[in-house]
Design a protein around this ligand. Structure first.
Ligand code: ZN
Ligand code: ZN
Length: 270
């Protein structure tokens, strides 16, 4: 039996003799099945053809990315906080080198994931790191393909996971779409790790979509609501799910407000 991993999105399924008939993440309109059809790999297959690279993103923040790129191509971000190391978002490839390096910097106290596109092999990560909790928003529970006791489904709009660390459910791209706010980051400047929920774009703004690959936008009212939920939180930097597609190192609060304003103005045009 193998725990098959979707080659397009990196989602791992429970062990079976033959691959699943379809990937439920990719048949959803927020992803896609490539024209060449559904294909599958395994963690062993991935380990043979890819490695992970680590990069310092900013103070206290280290990215973990797979090379050559695999699946959606997102990064995980290790947030090294006084309340413990939190692995924000997840990627499909987990190997011995990655585990050794994470243990070498003190291990990981929790995983937290912005939305189902990045659930990938989260159960493998949690187990390899000692069964650490995986924080997921309950509104996206239907997208979990492999249940595990480590999963902690939370409800409502905010969930503190350590001193100065708050998961904030903004919704939008997914009903449970979550960002991680680290209030004390970098001498109190504050940072938002935004996944695809606030999508950092090359112009140094953020933008919003219900489906990114299929270019289906979010309604103005939804984006307005997202901004309202985020309003109480102060932050200077915003880091999204992708390297090389823009980052916001300063004035994040103002940049997000301006981005929301320009998005709503354009999408409300008649
Ligand atoms: Zn898939
Ligand atoms: Zn996504």
């Amino acid at each position: 039996m193998s725990a098959f991993v979707c080659s397009t999105c990196g989602t791992q399924y429970p062990p079976t003799e033959v691959p699943p008939g379809a990937c439920l993440i990719c048949t959803d309109e927020r992803q896609f099945v490539p024209a060449s059809g559904q294909s599958w790999t395994t963690l062993e297959g991935l380990r043979n053809a890819h490695t992970n690279k680590f990069r310092r993103l900013a103070t206290g923040l280290t990215t973990i990315e797979t090379t050559p790129a695999f699946g959606i191509g997102q990064r995980a971000i290790l947030a090294r906080t006084p309340a413990g190391n939190v692995l924000w978002d997840c990627i499909a490839l987990i190997d011995d080198a990655t585990i050794d390096l994470l243990k070498g910097v003190g291990g990981v106290t929790a995983l937290a994931i912005s939305h189902p596109h990045y659930y990938t092999t989260m159960v493998e990560w949690s187990r390899a790191l000692g069964g650490v909790p995986i924080y997921l928003h309950a509104a996206d529970r239907e997208w979990v393909m492999q249940a595990d006791p480590a999963m902690q489904f939370w409800e409502g709009d905010t969930k503190p996971i350590g001193r100065g660390l708050t998961l904030v459910r903004l919704g939008g791209h997914f009903d449970g779409g979550t960002i991680l706010h680290w209030a004390d980051w970098n001498e109190g400047r504050g940072v938002v790790l935004s996944g695809d929920i606030l999508q950092v774009v090359p112009s140094g703004h953020v933008s919003f979509m219900w489906s990114y690959p299929n270019l289906i936008p979010l309604a103005a009212a939804k984006v307005k609501r997202m901004a309202e939920i985020l309003e109480p939180f102060a932050f200077d930097a915003v880091y999204g799910a992708f390297s090389g597609r823009g980052q916001i190192d300063t004035n994040g609060k103002q940049v997000v407000a301006a981005s929301v304003e320009r998005y709503i103005a354009r999408i409300s045009e008649t």
